[in-house]
Design a protein around this ligand. Structure first.
Ligand code: DOR
Ligand code: ZN
Length: 426
């Protein structure tokens, strides 16, 4: 395959080039034989890597499965995802990991897995092969994965694997849930899972990582306090963090209109917190953007606050929102590529990905920076069929997605592409 005449993001700048692909890899930038894709007027960026998705399989395939989730990803310009372990059964044993491996073979995009920590599965953690890291829920969320015992936490952080944390403090969540138990406005979510709740858990995770020399990634950082803690700790700890599109583009105010449809863990925050995140992008405290794509069905959300699940979809709207941010000068294209591809690949040591270069995998996202679109529930590819960004007008759209040199998505149609499991290390 040859991607012809595109404006290619190459070594940090845009250059007009052809990209020649053979055997799933980029082989040259000159002339080549084979099927060609005309990218005239389009920008070609390294395929987006989303290191945080919940594709729900096995166990909740009414919400999503590896095929529907990966189609949603492809339509959003995402060529690689890393799936979370809070499925049913949870991915906390070698056996459930191997089951998920078999399930994911149908994925249209490349994929990897986190292994879930419990308070008692250290032996399984040690045996798990080819994983992105160990996921620790320090506070409870969707599913029943939770680790609060200090001895267990210490053993996990000391096991020599990268650790990714859902950092919310379980004791604070419980205390606040009791305090607000008679309130039913979904906004109470922001008070139960307060800024202090995130701050306390991040502080503890950083302390554990420092003591055990752990490579630590903080998932969905959402507050000003976390930005301050993380920026300071980066001087001495092997630490990275991500921000989600919902924490970057929505505030707690949006819960007024969206109610439980804007309920997720951690919750939406104040404008001041959102500003702190954007500042974190500017100064490098935020390393990457990941979506925490967490689909739930509309009828599950359309109930009393206390009965609704937490989580919002995001894998197909993230890149358009970020391209729009480029068009409104909130972000440079260089920053976008760093946040969505280069740094995810580097931080998680994903082989062969994260840049457009000879010898690298042909995972490419073709975008039209000029195209304007309105994000609509009716266009959502995910099985959930809705988005918290319904009605958002964005400038910048995904035109095509190439996975391993095969077309996965082009202008509303899906190709035959199949992803492969990612490998780690250099
Ligand atoms: O809002 C969330 N939803 N946060 C999580 O930690 C889990 C996720 C889910 O799986 O629904
Ligand atoms: Zn998540």
């Amino acid at each position: 395959m040859i991607i012809k005449n595109g404006k290619v993001f190459y070594k940090g700048v845009i250059v007009k080039k052809n990209i020649v692909v053979e055997g799933g890899k980029i082989v040259s930038f000159g002339k080549g034989k084979g099927e060609s894709f005309d990218a005239s007027g389009m920008v070609v960026i390294p395929g987006v890597i989303d290191v945080h998705v919940h594709f729900r399989e096995p166990g909740a395939t009414q919400k999503e499965d590896f095929l529907s989730g990966s189609r949603a990803a492809a339509s959003g310009g995402v060529t690689t995802v890393i799936d979370m372990p809070n499925t049913s059964p949870p991915t906390t044993t070698v056996e459930t990991l191997e089951q998920k491996r078999a399930i994911a073979k149908k994925s249209m995009v490349n994929y990897g897995f986190y292994f879930g920590a419990t308070e008692t599965n250290m032996d399984e953690i040690r045996k798990a092969k080819n994983i992105a890291g160990i996921k620790v829920f320090m506070g409870s969320s969707t599913g029943d994965l939770l680790v609060t015992d200090n001895t267990a936490l210490n053993a996990i952080f000391a096991c020599g694997r990268p650790v990714v944390v859902h950092a919310e403090d379980e004791a604070i969540i419980k205390k606040n849930a009791e305090k607000y138990k008679n309130e039913h406005d979904p906004i109470v979510h922001t008070r139960i899972r307060s800024n202090e709740c995130a701050e306390a858990a991040v502080r503890k995770a950083i302390e554990l990582a420092g003591r055990n020399k752990t490579k630590l990634h903080i998932l969905h950082a959402s507050t000003k306090q976390e930005m301050e803690l993380i920026a300071a700790a980066k001087e001495s700890v092997d630490l990275s963090c991500e921000a989600t599109p919902h924490h970057l583009f929505l505030t707690a105010n949006d819960m007024k209109k969206l109610g439980n449809f804007a309920r997720m863990n951690p919750p939406l925050r104040s404008q001041q917190d959102v500003d702190a995140l954007w500042n974190g992008i500017k100064n490098g405290t935020i390393d990457l953007v990941a979506t925490d794509h967490a689909p739930h069905l509309p009828w599950e959300k359309d109930v009393d606050y206390w009965k609704a699940p937490s989580g919002v979809p995001g894998v197909e709207t993230s890149l358009p929102l970020l391209l729009n941010a480029v068009n409104s000068n909130r972000l440079s294209l260089q920053q976008l590529v760093r946040l969505t591809s280069e740094t995810p690949a580097r931080r998680f040591c994903i082989r062969g990905k994260g840049m457009i270069e000879k010898g690298m995998d042909a995972d490419l996202t073709v975008v039209d920076l000029k195209k304007e679109k309105t994000i609509k529930n009716s266009d959502i590819v995910s099985k959930c069929g809705w988005t918290p960004f319904n009605g958002f007008k964005v400038k910048g759209a995904v035109i095509a997605t190439v996975v391993g040199g095969q077309l996965a998505y082009e202008k509303g149609e899906f190709g035959e592409a199949r992803g492969a499991e990612i490998k780690y290390g250099n």
